[in-house]
Design a protein around this ligand. Sequence first.
Ligand code: G3I
Length: 347
Amino acid sequence: MRKLVVIVLIAFTGLSFYPGEGGSDGLRQAADESGTDFGFAVHNSFFNMEDDDPYLRILKKNANTLVAENAMKPYRMQPEKGNFFFEETDRLVEFATENDIKVRGHCLVWHKQIPDWMNDTTYTREEMLEILENHITTIVSRYKGQVDEWDVVNEAIDTDEENNYRRTVWYRTIGPEFIDSAFVYAHRADPSAVLYYNDFSAEEMNEKSDAIYKMVKRLVQNDVPIHAVGLQSHFWLNEFNVSEIENNMDRIGALGLQANITELDISIPMNEISQETLQQQADDYADIMEMCLDNDHCNSLLIWGVPDSHSWIPNHTDGERGSALIFDDEMNPKPAFHALKEVLDNK
Ligand code: G3I
């Protein structure tokens, strides 16, 4: 029945509208025209989809940039030592190339979703540096010119630690210079790739973003090839301050780096989802998009998933929060979609 309504709509209005595509006009064209990289994290189910899956149509109409939500993490890319798995990344790159979409690589070095063999503090410093170099060089060179940018190091700062460095296997075996080395290896493998340090809860001016600023400033002063700081932006409805984010972007920008929004979602307490909170969420998304478009250092905004049904939030909050994305469970555009469209169209 729904299909019939759509066909009738198309016939009478001339609109190319399919359920879930976000109206006749997706966000991609406006994002392209604004010169901003915009898109989504691609869910694991992408890799099993038929060509006509509505999810793929949403990506094509709404994104000029994609990132894999999980598929390019160390545990997927090198599950056994020296044994790389490229199939999924190849597929994503192929889809992106066919549709003239950019790919961001996420992520080369992280303490989570790391294979057990790699998460082993009994390696010597030299052995671990070799593992780091091999992992980064193998992956980045394979996708040279196809993956445009990389989250080289993800979430290495922890302000609960005395010197602010998270006690990961990388830190324990190599020391803080694992970060410098990771950027050097990635740059050697693809000198044109944009290289990021990416982290969460450090979007505004706060203790953690201060620690990140200090760390990236050191990298810049030491001529380490870093080009951007990723502000993940997993926000709670109404609980962030746009001008604070702008101030943080400006100080990162003053170091000559981009300050991009890499994993945006805005979650709502499950028992407070209503027309009113969804409208508030739309306003929040619009404010962030507007800020990014207006800020000289923000060139990219990615949302961490397409429909709410794919979002990591409910699983990681014992079901207490959700509805964080711009398409609902059935992949219909939410008020946040329309708010982004309006902001992009008016730029
Ligand atoms: O693959 C297994 C599957 O075999 C198993 O049946 C299932 C049962 O729970 O788990 C599956 O693994 C899950 C994995 O995602 C793949 O779907 C893990 O449990 C789950 O914890 C994991 O969550 C991911 C999370 O990173 C891990 O920390 C989320 O999907 C992903 O959205 C999230 O992404 C991170 C960014 O990489 C870094 N920034 C924060 C962001 C949100 O946490």
